[in-house]
Design a binder for this molecule. Structure first.
Ligand SMILES: [Zn+2]
Length: 67
């Protein structure tokens, strides 16, 4: 088995891992209701995707939107 010649220092390890942090998501605005949603995902607020109702919400919330 190949063995590293020198011990990796804390500093070197930190430099290597400087790119490993998880970036936050980049939500876009739903074209139907304006709520923030992830691109290529169904809107969780109104259930629309690509201008089409994919799932329907509870009756009370649906009534508020149409009014
Ligand atoms: Zn929506």
């Amino acid at each position: 088995m190949a063995v590293p010649k020198k011990k990796t220092s804390v500093s070197r390890k930190g430099m290597r891992r400087s790119h490993d942090a998880i970036k936050g998501t980049n939500p876009t605005e739903c074209p139907n209701c304006g709520a923030p949603k992830l691109s290529h995902h169904v809107c969780g607020a109104c259930g629309f995707y690509r201008g089409r109702q994919v799932f329907s919400k509870p009756v009370s919330e649906t009534a508020q939107q149409t009014a």
